[in-house]
Design a protein. Structure first.
Length: 94
């Protein structure tokens, strides 16, 4: 398992959100694929002042493209799953 990125390494933002929990899910996704990431709170801690600031997920520059691809695929899969749940069931035909 690779070591977590150091804050002074050349890191790039691959995801941002207002919800720390969403950033943690993204971090878990990336780590499951062997991409170490760093979560950074912007402006204010979300557990103290929710909705103020935001949260970003950063990865090493050489892993950024793969990380963005994984995040995009995950968001597409989630959107497809949601649309499948909201579709009206069809009646079977004889």
């Amino acid at each position: 398992m690779a070591a977590a990125p150091e804050p002074n390494e050349n890191l790039v933002k691959v995801f941002d959100t207002d919800q720390e929990s969403e950033a943690m899910v993204v971090q878990g996704l990336l780590e499951s694929e062997g991409i170490e990431s760093l979560i950074t709170n912007l402006d204010a801690p979300q557990d103290i002042l929710p909705g103020v600031g935001g949260v970003i997920v950063q990865v090493r520059e050489e892993q950024a493209d793969r990380a963005r691809q994984l995040i995009s695929e995950s968001q597409s899969d989630a959107a497809n799953a949601t649309s499948d749940l909201t579709e009206e069931p069809t009646e079977p035909t004889a």
